[in-house]
Design a protein around this ligand. Structure first.
Ligand code: NAP
Length: 318
């Protein structure tokens, strides 16, 4: 099968389209014929081996997993021993955070997958897992959002942010989004009552108080959270120094600020699939690339200015 491999750490130029063995399906796993992928900032972090401490998980001198990629949607080709909830031919989506998704076939634990809603395309559902789960778990699992609450979403136009605005709205919250002025008209129709353009009004001088502050961009300081939010959730980071400074201050403060790493699970993926099916989440694809241009897609995502998501397709992925 064809796969995009990384035999060493580096930029998109180290990715090679290689012919490799189709993975053997393991117990409690399914073999998926991949129809579409999406890219996330995690892909370029893993590709470059940055930040450096990530190499303790992903391989110290060279990558442990040769094939890049996390988000996928495709068709079940084979099921492993013990698999009960999926059948050959099911249309599924999910994530493999360790990598292995940017390939014609991927072997995935069933607990990291869910069935796709009918009548929704592979590129749309491939774009849901990492960013959608991050937004959902930030707001619902950790942020404990309730109907009628006010939420400030910093970084409202990106992959995580555009899901977060729509999920917060679907859960009955009043949303204020923060993005660049070029994206105001993108964020408002997602369901934000108010939009603050960070390049016109500094968020560091914003004094309105919200029930929850969610920072997907990662530039808020600990005092920004305390000033603007009754509680906070941090998912993005700009520099490691900034993130550690927020976490260190939080360690000695009683302020309820949570930082977490999203975890895929079938229940949360099913919830996201229902929100997509019911039209409560509309996935915005800024670009769709053929699989041969996956390195180009990674270069694009690395700029960290994506409006919504991007997708990459293998063959005719509808
Ligand atoms: N904790 C976790 O488990 C987890 C999971 C997924 C992602 N993440 C992290 O979350 C972050 C966002 O991921 P993503 O997929 O949403 O990235 P993305 O699609 O690249 O979106 C980033 C967004 O940040 C916005 N932005 C840039 N400068 C900003 C500023 N000064 N103030 C506010 N917003 C600004 C951009 O909007 P404009 O173009 O409008 O400026 C862009 O749309 C990344 O750091 C990623 O590593 C964490």
């Amino acid at each position: 099968m064809k796969a995009f491999t990384k035999r060493k750490y580096g930029g998109p130029e180290v990715l090679q389209l290689e012919e490799v063995e189709i993975p053997t399906v393991k117990d409690n796993h399914i073999l998926v014929k991949v129809m579409a992928n999406s890219a996330n900032p995690a892909d370029w972090h893993i590709l470059r081996g940055k930040p450096f401490f990530a190499r303790f998980s992903f391989g110290f001198f060279k990558p442990k997993e040769a094939i890049l990629g996390s988000d996928f949607a495709g068709i079940v080709e084979e099921i492993g021993k013990g698999v009960k909830d999926f059948k050959v031919g099911n249309r599924v989506f999910g994530e493999i955070l360790g990598g292995g998704a940017f390939a014609e076939y991927a072997c995935v634990q069933t607990k990291l997958c869910a069935k796709m809603p009918e009548n929704v395309d592979f590129p749309i559902m491939a774009s849901v897992p990492v960013a959608g789960l991050t937004a959902y778990q930030a707001l619902v699992t950790y942020g404990k959002i309730k109907a009628g609450e006010s939420v400030l979403i910093n970084g409202a136009s990106g992959g995580v942010g555009h899901f977060a605005v729509q999920i917060a709205k679907a859960y009955g919250a009043n949303v204020t989004g923060v993005c660049s002025s070029k994206n105001i008209d993108f964020v408002k129709p997602l369901g934000a009552e108010k939009v603050i353009a960070y390049d016109k009004t500094s968020i560091q001088n914003h004094n309105i108080r919200y029930d929850l502050v969610l920072d997907t961009h990662g530039n808020l300081t600990h005092s920004d959270y305390k000033r603007m939010g009754k509680r906070g959730v941090m998912v993005g980071f700009t520099t490691l120094g900034h993130m550690f400074s927020v976490l260190m201050k939080n360690a000695i403060s009683k302020y309820p600020l949570t930082q977490f790493t999203e975890q895929a699970n079938t229940d949360d993926l099913n919830t996201l699939a229902s929100l997509v099916k019911d039209g409560k989440i509309k996935v915005h694809l800024e670009n769709t690339y053929p699989y041969t241009r996956i390195p180009k897609a990674i270069s694009f995502i690395e700029q960290m200015r994506t409006r919504g998501k991007i997708a990459m397709v293998w063959g005719n992925a509808n």
